[in-house]
Design a protein around this ligand. Structure first.
Ligand code: PXG
Length: 465
């Protein structure tokens, strides 16, 4: 392979990276000073860095590599498609075989009532599509004043102006004048952090009822849609109390608004069903997908659209929206091959009946550790809350995220990618992870927790806020 940088020494790669590459969600100066970690190869669940270290990828890249790294079938699909038709657009009354086949495949895998797909290059773009689509839907139905979209605090829906506005991340809203008008937020169902003295079920109901209260406050005639992740991912793998989704469902059924399930992380097997909406028995009008659609082998996302919505959009004249890479043939060919593997290798069933339950056996035992409060999991996404006192669900006296960051650093040192979100630690390994690799993950996580605990003790930081 003729990639010059593959052969450069680490220090040189780091210097060039610092000089020319601006990183997402990073403090550029701090990163340059420290030097980035350069990942050069990956196979299965293991990454290799430029120093030859073998690292267990507990995050599937960035929640995307559902089938694991390095599958030759996907490379072959991309290669063949590039030679046959590397690019053509899907505008101006044209189409091509891979986009047609992928749309049909997705319709077959999606819930019965969802048979239409609008493609994008990733989840953020797809959510921007969704903002425009739900507003256009109501306008086409003669209700142009139904424009407001309700979302949740600490949700993640992308990084474009629209996606970041739908998201409920304070740090993102603080930069660039967000959110854009017409997007409002209610509270998240995060019982550990915000449940106070309520039982998880009472708290779940209370948080779900905020949706009804917000609709009443704005006026149903002004509300276009509610958007939510079945399980919040980037927010810290927040698994809602059992009472939450049934109550939200009741609220949605009682009101004439659309429901967008953001399945960018939960789609394509992550929760043990093909879609997280199926895990929670939800009936979305639109599902946002990306990541696991191609297992990250090619950038592709989209909106899976219910028949009744597609009918209105298709009947509403031109929908003046689209991306150069909507339905990119190479990305579609890669996604088709990826979905074939997910289905034929029964990865979704594997998560539900085999590796998911096995991970849970091992993961929940982490609550024996003095630093770990709750452990939660849905399929192959899981988190633990770090706390100085689990009996009171206490937060640390240090700035939120300080302890999580220290733990993440220990994980790195122990060759495990386990992320922190504030003081929660999260994992979402490839759906192909073996039992032995789960054992390795738990061993490395435990060692990292032990070292974090020892460090906090030594520094006098085991103190409640
Ligand atoms: N929706 C959800 C639920 C996501 O998790 C997006 C939309 C946006 O997708 P794109 O493909 O535009 O990135 C995401 C992406 C993190 C992290 O820190 C998570 C995401 C992206 C970047 C960082 O966990 N999720």
């Amino acid at each position: 392979m003729n990639i010059r940088a593959n052969h450069l020494p680490t220090a040189e790669l780091q210097a060039l990276d610092a000089a020319h590459h601006m990183h997402p969600f990073s403090d550029g100066d701090a990163l340059a000073k420290r030097g980035v970690r350069v990942i050069t190869h990956a196979d299965g669940v293991m990454l290799t860095d430029s120093e030859g270290k073998q690292i267990l990828d507990g995050m599937s890249g960035l929640w995307c590599c559902n089938i694991g790294h390095g599958r030759r079938e996907l490379a072959d699909a991309a290669h063949a498609q590039m030679l046959q038709l590397s690019y053509y657009n899907t505008f101006f009354m044209t189409s091509h075989p891979p986009v047609i086949e992928l749309a049909e495949t997705i319709a077959r895998l999606a819930p019965e009532h969802m048979n239409h797909v609008f493609f994008a290059s990733g989840g953020s773009e797809a959510n921007d599509t969704n903002i425009r689509m739900v507003r256009h839907y109501w306008a086409a139905r003669g209700k142009p004043e139904k424009t407001v979209i309700i979302s949740r605090r600490n949700a993640y829906h992308g990084s474009t102006m629209g996606g970041a506005s739908l998201g409920g991340m304070g740090g993102m809203h603080a930069q660039g004048g967000l959110p854009i008008p017409g997007i409002v937020h209610i509270d998240q169902p995060n019982w550990w952090a915000e449940g106070g003295d309520l039982s998880p079920d009472d708290f779940g109901i209370a948080r779900a009822r905020q949706l009804a209260e917000k609709i009443a406050e704005i006026g149903e005639d002004k509300v276009a849609a509610f958007i939510a992740e079945p399980v919040q991912g980037a927010g810290g793998v927040i698994v809602p109390p059992d009472s939450y989704w049934p109550e939200v469902k009741r609220v949605l059924e009682a009101h004439d608004i659309l429901f967008i399930a953001d399945e960018v992380i939960t789609g394509f097997g992550r929760t043990g069903q093909m879609f997280g909406s199926q895990t929670y028995d939800l009936t979305p009008d639109i599902m946002t997908v990306a990541k696991g659609l191609s297992s990250g082998y090619a950038p592709i996302g989209g909106s899976i659209v219910a028949d009744h919505v597609a009918e209105v959009i298709n009947g509403g004249g031109d929908f003046n929206h689209g991306y150069t890479y909507s339905g990119h043939p190479v990305a579609c060919a890669v996604a088709i091959e990826n979905l074939r593997i997910i289905v034929e290798e029964k990865l979704v069933e594997r998560v539900r009946t085999d590796i998911g339950p096995y991970l849970w056996e091992r993961w929940k035992a982490l609550t024996d550790h003095p630093l770990v409060g709750e452990a939660v999991q849905k399929g192959l996404m899981a988190s633990i809350a770090l706390t100085p006192d689990k009996s009171t669900r206490a937060k640390f006296a240090s700035e939120p995220g300080t302890v999580g960051y220290r733990c993440r650093e220990r994980c790195f040192a122990n060759n495990l990618v386990m992320r922190h979100v504030g003081d929660r630690m999260i994992i979402a390994p490839p759906l192909t992870i073996s039992h032995d690799e789960v054992d390795m993950l738990i061993d490395r996580a435990t060692r990292s927790l032990d070292e974090t605990y020892a460090g906090l003790k030594a520094d006098g930081m085991l103190v409640s806020a």
